[in-house]
Design a protein around this ligand. Structure first.
Ligand code: F6R
Length: 264
């Protein structure tokens, strides 16, 4: 795991965008996209680079992480609508290359299997962008999710439904969702998790410094071959090894500027 400590949410977005841009400029790429508040500064920075620095997403295929069950793609609160509003409608990613699970599919079990297979058929995800729930979930893999799980139907935790109630003024937060599994997410070639705010601090500490455990699903990233965790001061506030992460980051930043490591 690589831990990057940033001074602000905007800085988190810049560091994440640096990594994504480096991969997108290499040629055809498959991105995995999270929705919600955490990646907003990343998407805003990518949109800015698209507008001002000719960063093109024309050769990108994007798979979203999850979707509420029962919501058609056009529903205002669907994650399909949300990712279009927050990111893809503002760049040149062709709409046909934005792929999401169909929350209103008549057979959700088959839809989940189809979605998982579509990711594999696309050659897998090159860069997966993740947020983390206050309860440690990634995607909608709630605590006790199998660390080997594939895309499937999940029941949302009460805490998650309460966190997301702000987006549903009528109070009708769905109970079920489709989510990429932890095993699916682990197959991404690079995972970037962005987190901001003190309400994420305990989950971030458990993910980075706690045991690998289904109790904190994000801790599966300790088993990932290339996971980068980018944090603002609030989200990092409960980490016990901040000094080490800073030292390691300074050293990594020097390496990253080396022509032998064009990736970051
Ligand atoms: C969203 C997703 C979730 C969120 C998490 C944090 O596609 O998969 O895991 O990343 O619930 O949500 P925010 O960023 O809104 O705090």
């Amino acid at each position: 795991m690589q831990i990057i400590l940033c001074e602000s949410a905007e800085h988190v977005g810049v560091r994440a965008a640096d990594i994504i841009e480096a991969r997108v400029r290499q040629g055809p790429a498959v991105l995995g996209l999270a929705t919600g508040g955490s990646p907003k500064s990343t998407y805003q920075e990518l949109i800015r680079r698209h507008r001002e620095e000719q960063l093109s997403f024309g050769q990108v295929t994007a798979f979203t992480l999850d979707e509420y069950a029962g919501l058609p793609p056009g529903h205002e609160q669907s994650y399909y609508s949300s990712i279009r509003r927050e990111f893809t409608d503002h760049v040149d990613l062709p709409l046909g290359q934005l792929i999401t699970p169909q929350g209103d599919a008549p057979d959700l079990v088959t839809e989940a299997e189809r979605y998982d297979a579509a990711i594999v058929a696309a050659g897998g995800v090159d860069v997966q962008i993740l947020g983390i729930g206050a309860n440690g979930h990634i995607g909608f893999n709630e605590p006790t999710s199998s660390l080997a799980s594939r895309t499937r139907v999940k029941t949302l935790a009460g805490a998650t439904r309460a966190d997301n109630a702000r987006y549903f003024p009528e109070g009708d937060v769905p109970r079920l969702c489709l989510t990429q599994g932890l095993g699916t997410i682990r197959e991404a070639k690079l995972a970037i998790l962005v987190a901001m705010g003190e309400n994420k601090a305990a989950a971030v500490q458990a993910m980075v410094e706690g045991p690998v455990s289904a109790h904190c699903p994000a801790s599966v990233l300790q088993l990932h071959r290339r996971a980068v965790i980018i944090l603002d001061p609030g989200a990092a506030s409960q980490l016990s090894m901040q000094e080490y992460y800073r030292e390691a980051q300074e050293f990594n930043d020097q390496l990253d500027r080396s022509p032998t490591r064009p990736w970051l």
